[in-house]
Design a protein around this ligand. Structure first.
Ligand SMILES: [Zn+2]
Length: 109
């Protein structure tokens, strides 16, 4: 992330994706407030019973300079992501489809 770009929570309630997953949208402070560039993903760690948080960058024009994996947004309302996301802490994986969490694979199905 370049200098002068500060992450700021978007003025919306976190999206409740179900199954304990939420996504709090965020924007870059130096851009228009409505330009959503990603989300804070929160969920329960299935083993440690802690709350995991992770940052997901959306594949939009404003994140072009961000040197992180980015995720295509196929639909904003309801939110549908173009590919699977995986937590780097607890390895929980799944899709966000039509505003809901869809677990991927194994024991989380
Ligand atoms: Zn996790």
């Amino acid at each position: 992330m370049g200098p002068g770009l500060k992450v700021e929570e978007a003025p919306t309630e976190p999206l409740d994706l179900g199954q304990g997953h939420t996504l709090k949208l965020f924007a870059f402070k130096s851009l228009t407030p409505d330009e959503i560039v990603g989300g804070w993903w929160e969920h329960d760690d299935p083993d440690l019973h802690l709350r995991c948080t992770g940052l997901i960058y959306f594949d939009v024009a404003a994140t072009g300079h961000v040197d992180k994996e980015k995720y295509l947004v196929k639909s904003w309302e309801p939110l549908t992501m173009g590919k699977r996301i995986q937590c780097c802490h607890c390895l929980t994986a799944g899709h966000i489809k039509e505003g809901l969490w869809r677990p991927y694979g194994g024991r989380h199905e």
